[in-house]
Design a protein around this ligand. Structure first.
Ligand code: 13P
Length: 255
């Protein structure tokens, strides 16, 4: 059985007091959660400590980015070893995003760099949530499958079988992120099934069947249920709608 996951990517939002209020509010409403999906929140790195230090906080936490380098003169960067070291005891910090389209677009992160980040995370026992997804122009030219295949093959196909099994994949069509225009459940299912097929071709069917593939892009409390009902959609990577406890819990309960 594949793991079901609902991850909230807060991006560069919420200040310390808002983070604390969110957690207190979320904790007070935990009894409303009816789903057995694993819940993950990905705050800005500077607030990982706030989250880890909150009492009664047993939700998994992830970072939004890490360096492709081990250590050294890379001003402003945070290494995977630092993330691992940070939460060595409490074991809440399990995940890190890699290759979000905003990082690919604004910070010019190439597939080659992203493959290095994946390596650093796996070396440090953290699970990469590897993002992929096409822009609208690729889809219009019917190049979306080729594009996603190249992102996944260049970012992940160098891994060994036991390593790829540590990875979660998130399909986030760029045209759906923050636009209110979600992919239809058919479009999303079609791409998730395609991703599973290329994983089976490169590795084997067992690997393909064991990797959770999340959908992201304007996923909200109205459309989550239909998306999560698709056979190859194992959860969601939620941006805007994860910033409110109410809508995030509704999405979690869509499973
Ligand atoms: P939205 O849910 O705001 O469209 O963002 C999706 C996303 O980028 C999650 O990583």
């Amino acid at each position: 059985m594949r793991k079901k996951l609902v991850a909230g990517n807060w991006k560069m939002n919420l200040l310390d007091e808002e983070v604390i209020n969110y957690i207190v509010n979320f904790n007070s409403r935990k009894n409303e959660i009816e789903s057995d999906a694993e819940i993950i929140i990905l705050p800005a790195s500077i607030y990982l400590d706030t989250m880890i230090s909150m009492p009664d906080w047993d939700i998994k936490i992830g970072a939004q980015n890490c360096s492709q380098f081990n250590n050294g003169a890379y001003t402003g960067e945070i290494s995977a070893a630092m993330l691992r070291d940070f939460d060595y005891d409490s074991e809440n910090l399990h995940y890190c995003l890699v290759g979000h389209s905003e990082r690919r677009a604004y910070f010019k992160e190439s597939n080659e760099v992203l493959a290095q980040k994946v390596n650093r995370l796996i070396e440090n026992q953290l699970k990469p949530i590897f993002c992929c997804g096409e822009e609208l122009e690729h889809r219009k030219k019917e190049k979306h499958f080729d594009l996603v295949k190249s992102q996944i093959s260049e970012g992940l196909f160098h891994l060994k079988e036991e390593e790829i099994k540590q990875v979660v994949i998130a399909y986030e069509p760029v045209w759906a992120i923050g636009t209110g225009e979600t992919a239809t459940s058919n479009q999303a299912q079609e791409m998730h099934a395609f991703i599973r097929t290329i994983l089976a071709e490169q590795f084997n069917q067992d690997v393909a069947d064991s990797i959770s593939i999340l959908y992201g892009g304007s996923c909200n409390s109205t459309n989550a249920k239909e998306l999560f009902e698709q056979p190859d959609i194992d959860g969601g990577l939620i941006g805007g709608a994860s910033l409110e406890v109410e809508s995030f819990i509704q999405i979690i309960n869509a499973f």
